[in-house]
Unconditional design. Structure first.
Length: 157
């Protein structure tokens, strides 16, 4: 099964929706960062807010499938933290999230692989969300497209 990428949104549209969802997360669930909860608790809540801004898409956490098979990248099993997609049809955004201070190398490599235009998955965009656990609990963003980081679009919210 091949998943196709259709240019559904511009980078600006996706970025605006993601930032709105992250603002909602900060307003409603900042306590999760204050309590230093596991990353999965935070990504679940972020996914809930993302669903509000991508209502016609599936927003799934820990989605480990490509069709009926497990997702693999360079021979390794991979499980993205959050994806926005149309199951078995179209991949829009792959998100990895990490608490500040944890190595980001593997997540960056995954996002490059997930967004390669000639790769197996063809996500239109990738996003690394870095959650600061120190006040003011910043959320830093690294964007990916076409298998590489978009250095001009690093952002902090």
């Amino acid at each position: 099964m091949t998943t196709t990428t259709v240019l559904s949104f511009t980078f600006e549209e996706v970025g605006k929706r993601v930032k709105s969802a992250l603002n909602d997360f900060r307003e409603q669930d900042l306590q999760l960062l204050e309590l230093c909860v596991d990353e999965r608790a935070a990504t679940h809540r972020i996914a809930c807010y993302l669903q509000n801004y991508f209502p016609d898409w599936h927003v799934d956490c820990e989605y480990n499938r490509k069709g009926r098979n497990q997702k693999t990248l360079e021979g390794e099993l991979v499980i993205p933290d959050i994806i926005i997609h149309r199951r078995e049809k179209e991949n829009l955004l792959c998100i990895e999230a990490k608490k500040d201070g944890i190595s980001l190398k593997d997540d960056r490599n995954k996002l490059c692989g997930f967004t390669k235009t000639d790769g197996e998955f063809g996500y239109q965009f990738g996003l690394l969300i870095i959650l600061s656990l120190d006040k003011p609990f910043d959320i830093n963003l690294e964007w990916y497209k076409n298998g590489r980081q978009l250095h001009d679009y690093a952002d902090s919210r």
